[in-house]
Design a protein around this ligand. Structure first.
Ligand code: NAD
Ligand code: HJL
Length: 231
């Protein structure tokens, strides 16, 4: 059992999700940010990697008062459960994701995380320990499903997104392509990490939507499920 997992990100026309110094770039336009708020409000949980927390300090809160009221009317917290994948428990205790907006938080660490840091985080969030060195994403998804998470939105960054693809955990990829060029050989992209090397490893996608939004393009793919040859 695991949640339905959809990745939503914005990238420049040349495929970067931030600058080579990992500085956040406003890529989406007003309409796309509004769409992001809507899908965030419709999610049970929203997830980022620790690199995004350290780089952007996002709160991952729902912005629209109407959307927050609709969540409350459904008996839900104003904001989705916020999840940080943080193998070594490096989430700062004053991070916006832990401090801004009411609602539940989970920090997912590995057994290798330093005990003192884990204990300190327990004051601000539920800490889930899954995996030895690296947070085990598959086990984490079972933990989230066990807590009632049916729809999980992943915002990034590139390392986490590649890790999710490698574990076969992505059901849908939504990419907003903005009308800027960022460049930089080392600038983060939607899927970083180790990367796939062999053709037969590449996740295959089915294009489910193409839409002009603001001054860019919104692409929606459904990830094809591997068909294991019947042995
Ligand atoms: N444009 C966008 O839509 C968007 C969205 C989010 C983040 N970003 C950008 O992405 C950059 C951050 O990306 P990043 O790759 O540095 O960091 P990240 O957010 O992907 O976090 C990486 C960390 O998360 C943990 N982690 C990630 N994958 C894991 C896995 N498979 N198993 C276990 N632990 C895992 C590890 O601790 C790892 O160090 C920032 O510059 C941020 O601005 C852009
Ligand atoms: N969809 C999208 N378009 C962008 O142009 C951009 N830079 C991001 N980056 C992802 C980052 O995680 C979000 O920008 C934070 O979620 C905003 O921070 P808040 O949650 O509002 O605190 N995401």
């Amino acid at each position: 059992m695991r949640p339905y997992i959809f990745v939503n990100l914005a990238m420049s026309a040349d495929g970067k999700i931030s600058t080579r110094e990992r500085r956040q770039v406003k890529i989406s336009g007003a309409d796309d940010f509004k769409r992001v708020d809507e899908i965030k409000a419709g999610a049970d949980a929203i997830m980022v990697g620790i690199g995004t927390v350290l780089g952007d300090d996002p709160s991952l809160t729902v912005k629209s008062p109407d959307l927050k009221a609709a969540r409350r009317a459904r008996g839900e917290d104003e904001h989705p459960l916020r999840v940080v994948v943080d193998s070594m428990a490096r989430t700062p205790l004053d991070a916006d994701i832990l401090c801004k907006g009411e609602g539940r938080r989970i920090v997912a660490v590995s057994a290798a995380a330093q005990a003192g840091r884990v204990e300190a985080l327990r004051e601000k969030a539920e800490v889930v320990v899954v995996g030895e060195q690296n947070t085990d994403l598959t086990l984490l998804m079972h933990e989230l499903a066990a807590r009632g998470v049916g729809r999980l939105m992943v915002e990034g960054g590139g390392t986490l997104i590649w890790g999710l693809f490698r574990a076969g955990l992505v059901d849908e990829l939504i990419t907003y392509v903005g009308s800027i060029v960022i460049g930089g050989a080392g600038a983060p992209t939607p899927a970083d990490g180790e990367g796939f090397a062999r053709e037969d490893e590449f996740p295959r996608l089915e294009l489910a939507g193409v839409e002009r939004v603001d001054d860019g393009v919104l692409l929606r793919w459904v990830v094809k499920k591997e068909v294991h040859s019947a042995l």
